[in-house]
Design a protein around this ligand. Structure first.
Ligand code: NDP
Ligand code: 8X3
Length: 250
């Protein structure tokens, strides 16, 4: 039986991915900070699901959680580095420094801690698969994305760098890079302003968490000689903005 370790299963992509893998008979180690959500998932998903409650920004907690896995949960086939967030949509001059710090601590440092904690298992097993959640925001800039977009550019690039460094170790690395997808993401970005979050996706048929879970599962289930380097996807109703031009007529 295969096992996947997914960070951030208490909402959105992570929750959908946990359910998708379990449907296929995988065992899921699912993490998050909200214990009550983890307990509810445990009640729903049963024996195949192991909840782990920790903050990915807490380096010690990450390493303790991984080293504390019981013998029956030690063998992990796939890691999905999904936990992450955007905070605010303010322009670079107006955005909150503390929001930037939280995004860097979570999207960049948290992902590094979890990867470093699990990688020795993959090296020892001489197999494994790391699937990172990047974003179209890491490739295409838009106003207000500043540090969020840059943190995802890090994830997009780190995924390729991981491949470069892990060659010869039989470890696959994939970056899944979605555009607009309706989850709790906007609610978090707008700090609980539900109206703003709802308006964000109004009339544009965003991607769903199940769409992303399907892509993640597809990458994970491919034969081991196939490495999908990256998958970029957007809603049909989302596309690219042109270059911004500031005009002043003399
Ligand atoms: P959600 O807000 O719906 O879910 C985020 C998950 O991450 C939650 O389970 C949350 O759990 C967890 N999480 C956040 N911070 C931490 C932390 N410090 N420690 C542990 N867990 C944490 O977001 P999505 O599902 O939409 O996003 C998932 C990933 O995909 C993110 O990395 C996001 O940047 C990326 N992404 C999202 C897109 C979108 O449009 N929705 C598009 C492209 C990429 P808890 O609160 O319980 O800790
Ligand atoms: C989330 C996608 O376009 O809202 O990474 O930044 S977007």
């Amino acid at each position: 039986m295969k096992t996947v370790f997914i960070t951030g299963v208490t909402a959105g992509f992570g929750e959908a991915a946990a359910k998708r893998f379990i449907k296929e008979g995988w065992r899921v180690i699912g993490t998050g900070r909200r214990l009550e959500k983890l307990n509810a998932l445990k009640a729903q998903l049963g024996e195949l699901f192991l909840p782990l409650c920790f903050d990915v920004c807490d380096k010690q907690a990450v390493f303790d959680a991984v080293s504390g896995l019981s013998a029956q949960w030690q063998n992990i086939d796939t890691l999905v580095n999904n936990a992450g967030l955007a905070l605010g949509l303010g322009s670079f001059d107006k955005a909150e420094l503390s929001d930037w710090e939280t995004m860097i601590d979570t999207n960049i440092k948290g992902l590094l801690y979890v990867s470093k904690a699990i990688l020795p298992k993959f090296i020892e097993q001489q197999s494994g698969h790391i699937i990172n959640l990047g974003s179209t925001a890491g490739t295409y800039p838009y106003p207000g994305a500043n540090v969020y977009g840059s943190s995802k550019a890090f994830v997009n690039m780190l995924s390729l760098e991981m491949r470069a460094d892990l060659i010869g170790k039989n470890i696959r690395v994939t970056c899944v890079e979605p555009g607009f997808c309706e989850t709790e993401f906007a609610e978090v970005r707008f700090k609980g302003d539900l109206k703003k979050a709802k308006d964000f996706y109004q009339g544009m048929q965003a991607l769903t968490a199940d769409d992303i879970a399907e892509s993640i599962y597809w990458c994970a289930a491919l034969p081991k000689h196939m490495n999908i380097n990256k998958i970029e996807m957007m809603p049909t109703r989302q596309s690219f903005a042109g270059f911004a031009v500031h005009r002043e007529l003399d």
